[in-house]
Design a protein around this ligand. Structure first.
Ligand SMILES: O=c1nc[nH]c2c1ncn2[C@H]1C[C@H](O)[C@@H](COP(=O)(O)OP(=O)(O)OP(=O)(O)O)O1
Ligand SMILES: [Mg+2]
Length: 188
């Protein structure tokens, strides 16, 4: 099998690292990246993901993938969801915990949506991965987003306390990439 090349349009170096690591475990593929400034619309995660990928392929002029991560609180009917970046920036880990004061359930799920477009004008295809867990007071390094406050179900560690080998076989991103990998393998 020849090595495929694909551009990941993202401004997030941690996403890129994890994606390269996870994909390197599976199929022969080389990922390069472009940090293009693409507006993210309001709407459902799926609408946001498709619009971002459509625009990325137009700007790039060739096939690409993009990714959107949502953190969805069950008590808040799925919010902050795709708007987690702004919540995180303005509230921090403590504020993200405080949003749940007064609610019984601290359950949440991390949702990763990869989008693939074959090129300008080609409708993006979505690949979703979800990991259930709960929101906890921060533990572990604050290196990557909300990793320190998300404890996946069945584990006593937060994402931030896990090694990359641990996180990258149970994460929302791993689960979405598993589906993307299977799709990429079918392309010529
Ligand atoms: O596994 C993760 N563990 C912890 N935090 C995470 C993870 N994955 C994304 N995140 C953070 C980054 C950003 O604050 C928000 C998603 O926003 P999102 O728009 O998808 O990412 P971004 O703007 O950083 O990069 P991009 O250029 O690909 O849109 O959640
Ligand atoms: Mg973004």
């Amino acid at each position: 099998m020849t090595t495929k090349r694909l551009t990941f349009v993202t401004g997030n170096p941690n996403k890129l690292l994890e994606t390269k690591y996870i994909l390197s475990q599976g199929i022969p593929i080389e990922i390069d990246s472009e940090d293009l400034d693409i507006p993210e619309l309001q709407g459902t995660t799926q609408e946001i993901a498709k619009a971002k990928c459509r625009r990325a392929a137009e700007l790039l002029g060739r096939a690409c993938i993009t990714e959107d991560t949502a953190l969805c609180y069950k008590a808040l009917n799925g919010l902050p969801g795709p708007y987690i970046k702004h919540f995180m920036k303005n509230l921090g880990h403590e504020g993200l915990n405080n949003l749940l004061v007064g609610f019984q359930t601290k359950e949440a799920y991390a949702l990763c949506t990869f989008a693939y477009s074959a090129g300008p004008g080609a409708e993006p295809i979505l690949f979703e991965g979800c990991t259930d867990g709960s929101i906890v007071p921060a533990r572990g390094p604050g290196t990557f987003g909300w990793d320190a406050i998300f404890q996946p179900e069945g584990f006593d560690k937060t994402y931030a306390e896990m090694s990359k080998e641990e996180k990258n076989v149970i994460s929302h991103r791993f689960r979405a990439l598993d589906k993307l990998k299977a799709y990429l393998a079918t392309l010529p």
